[in-house]
Design a protein around this ligand. Sequence first.
Ligand code: C2E
Ligand code: CA
Ligand code: CA
Length: 674
Amino acid sequence: MEVLLGACAVTLYGIGDTIYDYASLDGIIPGFSSLADVAYLSFPVLIIAALSIVVYRQMRDRLWPVLLDSLVGTLAAASVVSIVLTPALSTASSQPVSLDSAIALAYPIQDIAMIAVIAGILASQGLDIGRRWPFLLIGLALFTASDVVYALDMTGYVAGSVLDAGWLIGVVAAAFWVDGAARPATGLDRRSRVMPALAAPVVSTGAALGVLVLASQTAVPALAVVFAGLTLAAAAVPLTLRHKVQHTLARTDDLTGLTNRRALNSDMPGYLHPGRRGALLLLDLDRFKDVNDGLGHDIGDGLLRQVAQRLTKEIRVSDLASRIGGDEFAVFLEDASREAAAETATRIRETLSRPFIVGGIAVQTSASIGIALFPDHGAGLDPLLRGADVAMYRAKADHSGHQIYQPEYDDHREIRFRTVQELRTALREGQLVLHYQPKIHLISSEIIDVEALVRWNHPTRGLLYPDAFLPLVEEAGLMPQLAQIVLSQALDQSTRWRSEELNLSIAVNVSASCLQPELPEQITQMLNDRNLPSSVLVLEVTEEVLMIDGSRTAGVLGELRAKGIEISIDDFGTGYSSLAYLRDLPVDELKLDRSFIAPMNEDRRAANLVASIIDLAHSLGLRIVAEGVENEAAYMELAEQGCDLIQGYYLSKPIPAEALSAWLVERRLAAEVS
Ligand code: C2E
Ligand code: CA
Ligand code: CA
């Protein structure tokens, strides 16, 4: 918009010049009130309008301090220029009232305004009017200087003099600024003008006092005295307001213009009166870190600003909204019931789920909101914030969007928190142990494969099974660390077994988050360190892993397999993926999930289904393992159907390594006896 106005200003000026020149061609010097004058006079008006928009847009949240500074400079300059222009002003105002005399008066007034604006820009602190601001200032100064000289010495003007150069350069410089402002500024070429804090007010008040002193000695235009008086008055305002402004700034979040945490602390008691009620909403953007890291801080900041705007639209003026952390906002809803609070939370989530356009990029986000009710969940800000935080955490964990605090969430959170702490210790101090479950080859009755299953030897809670802690490991981002520990323990065990002449291959479960590009190299290193062949290791991955990021995982799996490590699809049949991956992906083995095995005994169709899957695997050249075989009937049935391997409680539960060695020895002895 400001660019449009600026462009109009320059264009109109050009038109004015053309009219003037055209008229001059006929040998007539146009008098006042020609069309050219209208065009000339609109130049400063439009430029000032353009500037005002820039200033307003930029300084919206701290407009007053800046405007006051500018105003002081503006008024002082106006006062001084009024004296300089005395002759022009008095000539113009002494003429009988007519359009001509009005226009004659308009020129010097326009000059006063222009100089005032220049002074105002210089006086303001931290105003950014585009990277080419010096051009605008110099341009306006030249333009006005020519104007002033012209006004003081109208009769002496000849077309084509230095004055024309001043106007021309002035307009060209303004055009250059307009062009600069039209280009989006990048972070680099934004340089702010640094002015000593009190320079502008001091110079301005000094000038105003000078004018007043002068007025007491000689005749000075009344206009100058008025401006000088106003300058002093305006200069006094910031002094009294400064305290207030600083107070406001200290309470305001710079980025969003909402109140900040400090203001929330000081304002909340005013809202929490006995007998009234309300709701504290704590809002946290989901995956904001991704936006910030991935798209840059400028986009992150822009997003936060827009989030604040949308947030404010969804609440009443009497409610309190503040930004209390990076991407955390708190909203206090006055007089809100449980239902009203939930309703507002839904509305806020809806509005925030619509895409944002930040710096030309569409950014999608979502928010999780925790709600604590006053007075039910706390009588002061702190307990309310804590309750809302617990609820928000819950909302994030179960992807429900928003949650109202419930006392039992506390325990849950505490246990989780403690467990994550303990897990870090467990990983560091070797509290994780592996149990091994054997698989039997149905044709040879040999046992040469085992699966390693992790357990946590918890110092107080005893032996914990994966279901109790793996989700937390995943959530805390500790999965790669766990995989390293499991892999090295399994390979160490393999070395030990080999020294006992036990050549067992070990299957290790790996989750999606572990299938990183560096995994193949790490595993090779581990095998080399122990002088083990790659055939000792099988990796079990689930179908979901293949769906998450097909091409990346396929690459990693392909590399592993090329190194001689076998790949097995775990829990086969439970995923929703298409079977096409069996054709395309590097896979050696399928492990049929135990949910297929359990109903086999009672249900003919279930048994037939298993038989078909076995055939399918074989037709693809894959080995098939039946998991969770708990009884002889299932065992026999699977043997009949041609299943390759069997794993389950029927054979053995997962047991510690030494127990497994002993079990294998016992079995061999029993076989030899019979
Ligand atoms: P999974 O890979 O499907 O492992 C088989 C699970 O079934 C094991 O449970 C095992 O104890 C159990 N199981 C074996 N035979 C039978 C049977 O006949 N009947 C019944 N009802 N269950 C049987 P566990 O040890 O609790 O492990 C659960 C899951 O945790 C595993 O499922 C696997 O997905 C995961 N897991 C275990 N260890 C690791 C590990 O080191 N890393 C990763 N990423 N995941 C692991
Ligand atoms: Ca497994
Ligand atoms: Ca399984």
